[in-house]
Design a protein around this ligand. Structure first.
Ligand SMILES: [Zn+2]
Length: 134
């Protein structure tokens, strides 16, 4: 069974990134609330290790988790990460937060798929091996 818990340390990193990174200004300018979680799961995808995940909270769960998105870090997969790698990981996950604004000003939330743009941004700034453990 997987356990998840709120991680205030990641919340502080996320808040700082949203405040300072131009690519994340659209989050700062919105009402979207993000909760940062740790998981004890060793999550895997198809042939890859998943270090973290950005999810949109369904309305039916908002009574329990009053936020719009969660970013979950799968702790067993990032045990050897440096603080800088964790920062990049959270930055990467924040790029998955999708916000569009309707004509009447209401915000619509989605998760943005892994697009080439977001990938390119990370690679350009941090190199292809940013998640390699040294
Ligand atoms: Zn991604």
């Amino acid at each position: 069974m997987e356990n998840r818990w709120i991680n205030e340390e990641y919340a502080a990193i996320g808040a700082e990134l949203i405040e300072t990174e131009p690519e994340l200004a659209y989050i700062r300018d919105s009402a979207a609330k993000i909760v940062y979680l740790s998981s004890d799961s060793r999550k895997k995808g198809k042939g890859t290790v998943i270090n973290a995940q950005c999810e949109k909270i369904q309305d039916k769960y908002k009574w329990g988790l009053p936020c719009d998105f969660t970013i979950t870090v799968f702790e067993p997969n990032v045990e050897m990460f440096t603080p800088e790698q964790l920062r990049i990981l959270i930055f990467h996950e924040l790029l998955h937060v999708g916000i569009t604004v309707n004509e009447d000003g209401t915000e619509v939330y989605t998760t943005k798929p892994h697009d080439l743009e977001d990938f390119k941004l990370i690679i350009d700034r941090f190199g292809t091996e940013w998640d390699r453990v040294k």
